[in-house]
Design a protein around this ligand. Structure first.
Ligand SMILES: Nc1ncnc2c1ncn2[C@@H]1O[C@H](COP(=O)(O)OP(=O)(O)OP(=O)(O)O)[C@@H](O)[C@H]1O
Ligand SMILES: [Mg+2]
Length: 302
């Protein structure tokens, strides 16, 4: 299959992501191109060789492709093909219209509440699917979640992800302290061993808060961070009140977020979170989103 390259979607540290078209079908795809020499020589900020991250991403996306019969597997970007040519590694993937971070920024003051609920439910379904097949993303952030025009969420960037067979394994090694600092749970910040499931859950909560408020509610999940300290001592409601954001976060989301942001091991587990986002109360809010209406129209047409 040959491709024609249209434009650059994003510059990455060791290459670029291109928007391309399959010449035969005209289908849009995204191609991640990484410089082999740079990848071989450099280590990323977590101490892992960049080349390892690229190979790891391919291995994990191929693994996920073997589980495409799962109901929610479409929440992970599909790897279509990968190859090396000359100086570069190539990964051809499904294309998605934008990333959640940019999507949020377009709506000043955060997404409307129903849309934030609608998208967050998909984020949870996606992470629940990954965890069920023992995949842990470990770098969940609003930049690594993509959104298509019809409002479908897809996870990308599996460079730091891991497949861990024994799900109760705790991670301790420094090189496993991965992900962006603003999305890291306290146990990872403090250099303690952490549960990979609980780390992904904490990062999802931070992402949801950003969706609702369009800002980082705290810099780092540590007692030295004033805002995080308020959440720990008085609950999220106290911080939102002080900030004038209480109206943006309905009570069901406040209790869910308090549960997801709490210290390990009292942090809520995935089963409980899934029940909340699948509840009638959640749906009553999510179904007010214009994206939900698009989904229903599409269902009707198919
Ligand atoms: N399949 C895709 N469709 C559309 N956009 C994509 C796709 N994959 C990645 N992107 C865009 O490119 C950005 C970088 O991709 P990715 O996160 O996979 O690379 P990265 O190596 O982590 O780069 P960075 O250092 O910028 O995080 C994403 O945040 C997203 O905006
Ligand atoms: Mg990324």
């Amino acid at each position: 299959m040959s491709y024609s390259y249209k434009s650059v979607i994003s510059e990455t540290l060791y290459g670029r992501i291109f928007l391309a078209e399959e010449e035969k079908t005209g289908k849009r795809i995204a191609v991640k191109i990484s410089d082999r020499k740079l990848a071989d020589r450099r280590v990323c900020r977590y101490g892992t060789k960049v080349e390892e991250c690229i190979k790891n991403e391919i291995r994990i996306l191929e693994f996920i492709n073997h589980h495409r019969d799962h109901k929610y597997s479409y929440h992970v970007i599909k790897l279509l093909k990968h190859w090396t040519h000359g100086k570069y590694y190539y990964m051809a993937m499904e294309h998605c219209d934008t990333e959640l971070f940019k999507y949020i920024k377009k709506c000043r003051g955060g997404l409307d509440v129903p849309t934030a609920f609608y998208l967050f439910r998909q984020i949870i379904h996606g992470v629940d699917f990954m965890h069920k097949i023992n995949v842990f993303h470990l770098d969940i952030s609003s930049e690594n979640i993509l959104v298509s025009k019809d409002g479908t969420i897809k996870f990308c960037d599996f460079g730091l992800a891991m497949i861990i067979k024994t799900t109760d394994k705790m991670l301790k090694d420094v090189k496993w302290r991965r992900g962006k600092i603003m999305y890291m749970p306290p146990e990872a910040i403090n250099g303690e061993s952490y549960d990979p499931r609980a780390k992904d859950i904490f990062s999802c909560a931070v992402t949801f808060l950003i969706s609702l408020t369009s800002r980082h509610c705290f810099e780092v999940a540590h007692s030295a961070d004033k805002r995080f300290k308020i959440i720990v001592s008085g609950g999220l409601e106290k911080l939102l009140k002080a900030w004038g954001f209480l109206h943006k976060v309905p009570p069901i989301a406040i209790s869910l977020l308090d549960g997801m942001l709490s210290y390990y091991p009292t942090r809520w587990k995935m089963d409980k979170i899934v029940k909340i986002v699948d509840s009638d109360e959640w749906n009553a809010i999510a179904s007010q989103s214009s994206l939900y209406k698009i989904e229903k129209e599409n269902d009707h047409q198919n």
